[in-house]
Design a protein around this ligand. Structure first.
Ligand SMILES: Cc1cc2nc3c(=O)[nH]c(=O)nc-3n(C[C@H](O)[C@H](O)[C@H](O)COP(=O)(O)OP(=O)(O)OC[C@H]3O[C@@H](n4cnc5c(N)ncnc54)[C@H](O)[C@@H]3O)c2cc1C
Length: 341
């Protein structure tokens, strides 16, 4: 929203991004007694999951969108505002708070969480359907291709290494460079030569899918057709780090936002979690990072115990000042107590 924004909403914590990392940070800060909003524009990598893998307690048939919808409902049930809005700017104010500008409103907060993730760079079409032959996450989906014919698409160092890693799962791996000059080192070229990987250079011209929508084969401009069950595209990541950069947060060379073990960035009061930070790009990792940041924010914001630097003059906490949880969240918490009902 602009300078003249009329809709200004105040919170203790604003989380930018409603994927697994941001929702978890918001769940923790809300349940730990801090008025919280999660502002998210929709989409994100979790929303792209057709099935969810590696998430204990969540059946694989659950889609990313179902998983996220359940998460949003959970947060709202505890009194968190989950808002659909695109954040175009985030700045520190003169009084040390943070102003987040969305299309529909401005949001003021004492602490910010940047959970904006990244986009996988999508190769040019023709391509198999995402999640039905085109995949981006080896740790999520390699298991689906055990003993199946697979491709790895790309001409980079990481594409070559992912092709070799896929040999742990199947004996039938092609590396598709699609007419690009390989960008890998001589050492990697030697590694490829010593492993049973076909480097296929022609461009893809067509995709053959089965009735179930799953990939069956790719057609190439030299007239060949190769059968595949699926594969991985390795063209890098576009990190959504613009807001962190505007806030002055330090970034790493690869574009991730630099954080400590609890998601604290180089700017006091600003945290970053999930795929926009270094580490494994996995839902359980994002959940863990969101949890740790949520707890660290609670440490930073909680009212009690008050610091007692000079015991003789320190004021005693009055009965009416406790509990420290804001009235709205207090009522919500009491309403959600179930005990033996
Ligand atoms: C196809 C696919 C399948 C996958 N399968 C699995 C799997 O089975 N198991 C697994 O563990 N991992 C899987 N992953 C990885 C997993 O999705 C990510 O690691 C995880 O979603 C990261 O969570 P995140 O919250 O950091 O980011 P995201 O899920 O990407 O969420 C980012 C959020 O930021 C918001 N956002 C960004 N910019 C703005 C802005 N300016 N204003 C407002 N909101 C903004 C978006 O709306 C979104 O809500 C898969 C990834 C892909 C692409």
């Amino acid at each position: 929203m602009s300078e003249n924004a009329t809709d200004r909403r105040e919170y203790d914590v604003v989380v930018i991004g409603g994927g697994p990392a941001g929702l978890t940070a918001g769940l923790y800060t809300t349940r730990l007694g801090h008025a919280t909003a999660v502002v998210e524009r929709g989409g994100g990598r979790a929303a792209m999951m057709r099935d969810v893998h590696n998430l204990v307690g969540v059946p694989a048939e659950t889609s990313g969108n179902e998983f996220l919808a359940t998460g949003r409902e959970q947060l709202e049930s505890y009194g968190c505002d989950v808002v659909r809005d695109f954040v175009s700017s985030a700045v520190e104010t003169d009084d040390g708070r943070f102003r987040v500008c969305g299309n529909d409103a401005d949001y003021l907060a004492d602490c910010l969480v940047v959970a904006t993730g990244f986009d996988d760079v999508r190769p040019a079409p023709p391509l198999p359907r995402t999640g039905r032959g085109l995949h981006y996450c080896l740790h999520c989906d390699a298991y689906m291709f055990v003993d199946e014919p697979v491709y790895v698409m790309g001409a980079s160092e990481s594409a070559a290494h992912v092709a070799a890693i896929m040999l742990n799962f199947t004996g039938d791996v092609d590396l598709l460079t699609r007419g690009e000059d390989p960008d890998w080192s001589d050492e990697t070229a030697a590694m490829l030569e010593r492993h049973p990987i076909d480097v296929v250079t022609p461009e893809i011209t067509g995709v053959r899918n089965g009735d179930d929508g799953w990939l069956e084969a790719l057609e190439f401009d030299d007239g060949t057709i190769r059968e595949y069950r699926g594969g991985f595209a390795m063209y890098g990541s576009n990190y959504h780090n613009e807001l962190a950069a505007e806030l002055g947060c330090e970034r790493n060379d690869d574009g991730t936002v630099a954080v400590d073990d609890h998601g604290r960035t180089s700017v006091d009061g600003v945290f970053a979690v999930g795929d926009v930070t270094p580490g494994h790009n996995q839902v359980p990792v994002a959940l863990g990072e969101g949890a740790k940041a949520g707890i660290a924010i609670h440490w930073a914001l909680r009212e009690f115990p008050r610091e007692v630097e000079e015991p003789e003059t320190a004021e005693t906490v009055r009965d009416e000042e406790v509990p420290g949880i804001p009235d709205e969240l207090l009522e919500q918490a009491i309403a959600t107590h179930t005990y033996d009902d």
